[in-house]
Design a protein around this ligand. Sequence first.
Ligand code: GAR
Length: 176
Amino acid sequence: MIKIAVLVSGNGSNLQALIDANLSGQIVGVISNKPNAFALERAKNAGINTAVIEHKQYPNREAFDAVMHQQLLDWKIDLVILAGFMRILSAKFVQAWQGKMVNIHPSLLPYYKGMHTHERVLNTGDVWHGCTVHYVTAELDAGQALTQGVLKVNLQDDVDSLASRVHVLEHLIYPQ
Ligand code: GAR
């Protein structure tokens, strides 16, 4: 069975969806760059190993990534899943895990790379929005897409309602 690590920074609702799904691999570890991320509680409740690697404690991105890389090697990880992990990864780290690392992003890539996607969709007046699961490559939010979830933006939608509607889709498509 393939060994999976999930990298998180926050609430971890996508991590929860992965834990609750009947995956063909095993989640053996969760790494958070934030010590107070609720995702860590979710992992512990599921009996999954956790590691807190705080980016602030390292002089630069490369040093932080090297510690994460070693943790992934120690756990003998085959697949890295980014689930609300809010750090940009160094080119060296991405290269080491190329083809073995996926991310979920809250927009219909290639539209709305980066942050504040719901707000930008609303400001543009788009009709369609959603989320994308994609391979991670050196260029931010630009790797090949594996799947997308699509929703229609309602006239009544605001940032919060769009965020929660996108989350529902994320929890469906990421385990797939
Ligand atoms: C998700 O909406 C995910 O798409 C987004 O962060 C949220 C994490 O929620 N990821 C990014 O914006 C990555 N650039 P969660 O912690 O509840 O899974």
